[in-house]
Design a protein around this ligand. Structure first.
Ligand SMILES: Nc1nc2c(c(=O)[nH]1)N[C@H]1C(S)=C(S)[C@@H](COP(=O)(O)O)O[C@H]1N2
Ligand SMILES: [Mo]
Length: 234
């Protein structure tokens, strides 16, 4: 597959085995193949009419574990708190989440460290379903994803209501791995991946904006990959 500069590339080159010249040739062909695929994806448009590969991004085959302070991966113990500017706050356990309408979604994700995964697959519940159940008040303008050990990320409510924003419990048809946020995480495909909080414990509807963990550490408050909103510029 077309992965640049990581394990698979080394395996690919190792697989060629015989001699430096062959390895150099293999490497050159590999780089050309990557460049070609990336060029195609830059020309291709997604459902919102934006380039499949946002500016400054390169391709990875699978999402890369980016760390963070892990929460409790136990599905049995999960309690997702939905609260804030809502008429009907509630807590949801894992069975309760599975009892809600499930969606299987294919989408691209873009990490601020410049990797993009095209066509990743997620299973979960639409954020909008949870919002409807909580009966969001007109005063709510922003959403804060709350995660284990105080990690948070903030997005505007209208962004959160897009149909591709999920609370996901499976990646590539398998339960989320611990390093990717087990048992549940947010998925916000249209913003840099740090907004997609892993080990999700709460969804807070807020009347005012509340910059989150990375947003208070120099990263951009909005994080649009097509505008390269990586840092706040402060
Ligand atoms: N709870 C929590 N969620 C988090 C993070 C974190 O440190 N803690 N890191 C974010 C960042 S910076 C990225 S790029 C993605 C990485 O997700 P992945 O490790 O599944 O690739 O998770 C985001 N969600
Ligand atoms: Mo990140």
């Amino acid at each position: 597959m077309l992965i640049r500069g990581d394990m698979r590339r080394r395996q690919f080159l190792h697989g060629l085995g015989a001699g430096t010249a062959v390895v150099a040739l293999g490497s050159a062909i590999f780089t050309i193949a990557c460049d070609k695929r990336e060029k195609q994806l830059r020309a291709e448009k997604n459902a919102s009419g934006k380039s499949r590969l946002p500016p400054g991004q390169y391709l990875l085959e699978k999402i890369r574990p980016m760390g963070g302070e892990e929460g409790d991966p136990s599905a049995q113990k999960l309690k997702l708190r939905v609260h804030g500017e809502v008429e009907s706050p509630f807590e949801l356990d894992f069975a309760g989440l599975l009892a809600m309408p499930q969606v299987e979604q294919t989408c691209d994700v873009h990490c601020v460290t410049k990797w993009t995964v095209i066509d990743s697959h997620w299973t979960g519940v639409r954020f909008a379903e949870l919002a409807a159940r909580a009966k969001v008040k007109p005063s709510a303008r922003f959403v804060v994803f709350e995660a284990a050990h105080g990690y948070t990320s903030n997005i505007p409510l209208e962004e959160a209501m897009k149909p591709n924003v999920l609370v996901a419990h499976a990646y590539e048809k398998k339960p989320l791995a611990l390093q990717h946020g087990a048992p549940i995480r947010a998925i916000v495909p249209d913003l840099y991946f740090w907004k997609s909080a892993k080990w999700l414990t709460g969804i807070y509807f807020s009347d005012g904006d509340r910059p989150g963990y990375w947003e208070t550490r120099g990263y951009h408050n909005y994080a649009d990959p097509w505008k390269e909103e990586r840092t706040s510029g402060l």
